[in-house]
Design a protein. Structure first.
Length: 106
């Protein structure tokens, strides 16, 4: 990052920083042929909120540990927060990583 670019970022307002962070989010595909359960918390013991259809893509806001689940992309205890009170097991999301790809949820 150049010095000029760094200074420009320092001069930007807080609202612009939030906008920049939001645009850094990307969507990830759910495993092919899977209708994925969305839970109210990071584990299989939490209430079912809805079911994503086959071919769905999710935007991961943050991630947190929870129940370990075995899925198409291995076993994982990472749960992806995809909305307010909505979590899916990372074992079903093609993030290209066995670890965290987003910050941990607060």
């Amino acid at each position: 990052m150049s010095v000029d670019h760094t200074e420009e970022l320092e001069r930007r307002g807080e609202g612009e920083a939030v906008t920049m962070a939001a645009t850094a989010l990307r969507s990830y595909s759910v495993a092919p042929g899977v209708r994925l359960n969305v839970r109210s918390g990071p584990g299989t013991g939490y209430a079912l909120v809805r079911v994503l259809p086959e071919g769905a893509r999710v935007t991961i806001i943050c991630q947190r540990p929870g129940t370990t689940v075995a899925g198409p992309y291995g076993s994982s205890n990472i749960w992806d927060n995809i909305g307010d009170g909505e979590y899916v097991s990372d074992a079903y999301v093609n993030t290209g990583s066995d670890g965290y790809v987003r910050p941990r949820c607060g």
